[in-house]
Design a protein around this ligand. Structure first.
Ligand code: GTP
Ligand code: MG
Length: 648
């Protein structure tokens, strides 16, 4: 049965920004020093289309942002010959086409090179080169709660005496190449935090930590189901789970009966995921539900996200674990348009967010096709309008599949549609499209990192379990783990996946880790389980490189924002805007601007109200991606380029 992520109801808080006091005028400072040109692309490198980082030609994916070099489907189970083109199909008779139902549908018009020059494509290059340095702002630190917050060099509360730490060795590894990061590019040194220069590259995993080559088990795929409110995400997830035998007929009858009794008959499948009384009464998902099913290739972890705008923070917390995503669209007249609305719709916001989580493989499930008579024209219109937007977010056309379906009428979910009105569609069904995702790359041979999404406590038995996705490394029972930010060492007692015991958890697995030898109060959502020799930083003063999203309110020095990073959320103040960057090339446009406007990119320093577990993006992507929100909207996405000062 689905597990609800138990971080509570996280409604958006609003902050007052006195924008009126400021001059938004944006002038290019002609006196600003032009940084040395770094534009020349060397022969043996390829430039990432997303972050513009120049990768060595031997790299198959971008070293910085992880975007694949070649088109995804080249190696997919759908080879090039079998790839259908929806516009080719449009002009040919069904009987004369050679493409089968299980073939990928791609949109040729979206592949045009001209799209690369689209002015909308602001995200390209926003993580690009920065050649100026900035000055650190002194930090006034404030103590945090009753917990001892003592990362790495500080005292470590060792609940298990056999545990040891190895900071000395790690400190000696400062010259490792892994530390040539955004910080190095930006001309900053890491002097404020010499300890953070510990190299993970020197880590040697034990044999059991690496999967056996011969292991036949399915790969785990964390699949975020996202989209505008009421688009049918939970209904689709519930229907899939039922069709694949994860919800029994008896359970389904129970949901149907109860939903009908409450006058919410149409929500029967959604009730499988929406478990709380409030969710059921309001007919909306409020927290992410976690459920599991197996496809031919994957153990799929379904992360059914809330679509309502008030619960975007919860969506961020859950969907940040995604390896791939299904963006659910309501095809009904007016509903697709509502989702695309720049100010009120969540289709755009969710798409931007999941791309910023590093997700580059996407299925667009065009749901409720029954409500538009399975109209091909409606489907094509959605592809053309949403496709352009997805491209502007940085999704490659070749990595996006479009599936028309109806969750309520069970059309095109796990088998070919039976409704004749869908005769025009010859592509794969939803389950086949999930199987066509490329397996995610996993960091098996890096030290353990598991951001804690959820904590389950059983006070009667004195047990505490940390739940989340293992982003790097591996654990098994008996492993010692460092629990941050309490800096406490605990021993792994047992592991569970989908409510069943499992012997080893490896990178990519979504598991519950039951811990021994630790006070339950020292384990918290938003914390991180890590390797005792490679502690995660804990800081509140950070330098970020951010991109302000289209339509967002300006960000000013002094702006109060909500700062989201993995499963943590903190109030933040913009302490400094160091550089304004060209969002396409990453070049410095202006030093010390007064504000950052929509679609602009900048280097800023933020001071958080309380410290969070964090790493520079170049060292650990998942702990270095941030989202800034205000007034109920995501206003900027960014990466941590430097930890200005760690908590003492
Ligand atoms: P949030 O989680 O609150 O964002 O909503 P959701 O996207 O999970 O939508 P949910 O599954 O709760 O469904 C919302 C409504 O859409 C329900 O009344 C469903 O019955 C209806 N619905 C879902 N799928 C379909 C479909 O394929 N066709 C039709 N006609 N209605 C659907
Ligand atoms: Mg829902």
């Amino acid at each position: 049965m689905p597990r609800k992520v138990n971080y509570g109801l996280d409604y958006d808080d609003d902050y007052d920004d006195n924008y009126d006091e400021y001059d938004y005028g944006y002038e290019v400072n002609e006196n600003a020093e032009t940084p040395p040109q770094k534009e020349t692309i060397k022969h043996s490198v390829w430039r990432c289309s997303i972050c513009t980082y120049d990768n060595d030609e031997t790299m198959s994916s971008c070293d910085i942002c992880g975007v694949l070099h070649g088109p995804l489907l080249n190696n997919s189970i759908y080879d090039k010959k079998r790839t259908a083109n929806i516009f080719d199909l449009k002009s040919s008779r069904v009987s004369s086409t050679v493409v089968g139902r299980d073939e990928a549908v791609k949109v040729s018009s979206m592949r045009s090179d001209s799209s690369n020059q689209s002015t909308e494509k602001v995200q390209e290059g926003w993580l690009g080169h920065v050649d100026e340095s900035s000055v650190a702002v002194n930090l006034r630190s404030s103590g945090k709660s009753s917990l001892s917050l003592m990362p790495k060099e500080r005292n470590v509360m060792v609940d298990d005496s056999s545990s040891s730490r190895n900071g000395g060795e790690a400190n000696s590894l400062t010259s490792n190449l892994e530390n040539i990061s955004f910080a190095a590019k930006s001309g900053h040194s890491n002097d404020a935090n010499p300890g953070r220069a510990i190299s993970r590259a020197q880590y040697k995993p034990e044999k059991w930590m690496l999967p056996e080559k011969a292991e036949q088990s399915l790969t785990q795929l964390n699949l975020a189901i996202v989209g505008h409110v009421d688009s049918g995400k939970s209904t689709l997830s519930g229907r899939l789970l039922h069709l694949l035998g994860r919800i029994s007929q008896k359970e389904m009858h129970k949901y149907e009966k109860e939903a009908k009794l409450q006058g919410k008959g149409s929500f029967a499948y959604a009730w499988a995921l929406d478990e709380s009384a409030e969710e059921r009464e309001r007919g909306i998902t409020m927290t992410v539900a976690v459920a599991y099913f197996d496809s031919k290739r994957y153990h799929v972890v379904v992360l059914d996200s809330p679509g309502h705008k008030d619960f975007v923070p919860n969506m961020i917390t859950g969907a940040t674990q995604a390896d791939a995503s299904i963006l659910v669209i309501d095809a009904s007249i007016g509903s697709f348009e509502a989702g695309m609305d720049g100010t009120k719709g969540q289709t755009r916001e969710h798409a931007q967010l999941i791309r910023s989580f590093g997700v580059d493989q996407l299925i667009v499930a065009v749901n409720k096709m029954d409500a538009v008579d399975y109209s091909k024209e409606r489907f094509d219109l959605i592809i053309s309008q949403l496709g352009a937007f997805l491209r502007s977010c940085g999704f490659k056309d070749s990595s996006v599949s479009w599936i028309p379906l109806s969750a309520v009428e069970n059309q095109n979910l796990v088998s070919a549609p039976s409704d004749f009105r869908l005769f025009w569609y010859l592509g794969p069904n939803l389950l086949d499209a999930i199987d066509s995702f490329q397996p995610p790359t996993r960091e098996f041979s890096k030290p353990l990192i598991m951001p804690i999404c959820d904590v389950i406590k059983s006070p009667s038995q004195g047990q505490v379990s940390a739940c989340g996705k293992l982003e790097a490394g591996a654990v098994r029972s008996g492993s010692k783990v460092l629990v941050m930010p309490s800096a406490t060492i605990a021993t792994v007692r047992s592991l569970e996946r989908d409510s069943e015991a499992c012997p080893i958890g490896r990178a990519g697995d979504n598991i519950a880790v039951s811990l021994n030898g630790i006070d339950g109060n020292h384990v918290m959502a938003g914390g991180v389980l890590c390797h005792p020799d490679f502690p995660i930083a804990f800081a509140k003063h950070l330098e970020l490189k951010v991109l302000v999203l289209d339509g967002a309110t300006p960000i000013l020095i002094g702006s109060q924002l909500e700062f989201h990073i993995h499963h943590a959320k903190e109030a933040a103040r913009v302490a400094r805007i160091s550089l304004l960057l060209d969002s396409k090339t990453g070049k410095v446009v202006k030093k010390a601007p007064r504000c950052i406007l929509a679609k602009q990119s900048a280097v800023v320093e933020v001071i958080l109200q309380e410290a969070v577990c964090v790493e520079e993006f170049s060292k650990c992507k998942v702990l270095g991606r941030v989202f800034l929100r205000t007034l109920g909207r995501t206003v900027a996405v960014g990466i941590v380029t430097r930890i200005v000062e760690e908590q003492q």
